[in-house]
Design a protein around this ligand. Structure first.
Ligand SMILES: [Ca+2]
Length: 321
């Protein structure tokens, strides 16, 4: 090490000048040698100082790199990924019935899908649910363009991550058969409600991912169809609506619902449900009703705390093994 050599040099000079009587005589004979030695000591002191500065910087760098290495690869609340090998499943219901009953991330390949997709399977509430949307903390922006909604976006690593699975995937999944949609809602007071719709189907991109759904059941109210009020239904029902984003206006409103309500959704003129809306925390006031809204539970001016939208084949038997 260079540092050790410097100490050795310094010692030679100190011994030579102060400790050894013989050297005192040498001082008298050749003071120039000692001058050289002093100069060398000074040079080495400066060199040592520089090396100490470099060492400190290197230690700081090592500390930073060590901290980076210590960071988990996934967020702290990362959910387990289950690798089921080569066997292919078309949805989470198949995965459940094949004996995998733990909620988490799996790979599926819906019929018509060009590739495998990573999905979150919710194996609670009877199991077999393929989750396609989650809101939980406002960490992800849902004010996205057509392309983002087409492909999907958000956090697909954390157990409670916010995401949209993608409209193409939603189309592939719901084209496989007769699917039921379950929407789980929670407010900031800790209350939970749900809405179930039979015959949930999303058309392809050519048809702007047009929405179809059947009979409602649940305790959150039927916001999707708007049947709670005949005068509202004509402009608030989402039945048969095409998907709209701020850059792709397919709504029935003279202006742009997606732009005004800051989400991608099956807007009419504009909505009584806007589950991809802005994440306020409970009651809010804004120019338009752009929060995370489910009208029949909390009205247009309350933004929900959490939302999960998930699907499962209508003929799914929870107890099947
Ligand atoms: Ca419009």
């Amino acid at each position: 090490m260079k540092m050790q050599n410097i100490f050795l040099w310094s010692k030679v000079c100190i011994i030579g000048t102060d400790a050894n009587p013989l050297t005192r005589q040498l001082n008298w004979i050749g003071s120039s040698i000692l001058d050289d030695c002093e100069q060398e000591k000074e040079r080495l002191r400066i060199h040592l100082k520089n090396l100490e500065v470099k060492l400190t910087k290197q230690q700081q760098l090592i500390q930073r790199l060590t901290k980076l290495n210590e960071r988990p690869q996934f967020p702290v609340n990362a959910e387990q990924f289950f690798d089921l090998g080569d066997k292919q499943y078309t949805d989470c219901a198949q995965i459940y019935t094949s004996g995998n009953k733990q909620s988490g991330f799996y790979m599926i390949k819906p019929l018509g899908s060009p590739s495998q997709i990573r999905v979150y399977c919710d194996m609670t509430e009877g199991g077999g649910w393929t989750v396609f949307q989650r809101r939980s903390d406002g960490s992800q922006s849902f004010d996205r363009n057509w392309s983002d909604y087409k492909q999907g976006f958000g956090d697909m690593e954390s157990a409670s991550g916010e995401f949209w699975l993608g409209n193409d995937n939603l189309h592939y999944l719901t084209s496989q058969g007769d699917y039921s949609l379950r929407i789980a809602l929670e407010d900031f007071e800790g209350h939970q409600r749900y809405a179930v719709y039979k015959k949930f189907k999303v058309d392809n991109e050519e048809n702007q991912y047009q929405l179809q759904f059947g009979e409602y059941s649940g305790n959150a109210g039927d916001s999707l169809s708007g049947t709670y009020h005949p005068e509202v239904q004509w402009w608030a029902s989402h039945q048969g609506m095409k998907f709209s984003t701020s850059d792709r206006d397919n709504d029935r409103y003279e202006r742009n619902c997606a732009k005004e309500d800051k989400s991608g959704w099956w807007f009419n003129r504009c909505h009584s449900a806007n589950l991809n809306g802005l994440y306020y925390k409970g009651p809010y006031s804004a120019v338009t009703d752009d929060g995370v809204v489910w009208y029949t539970w909390h009205g247009w001016w309350y933004s929900l705390k959490s939302v999960v939208m998930k699907i499962r084949p209508a003929d799914f038997e929870p107890n099947e093994v």
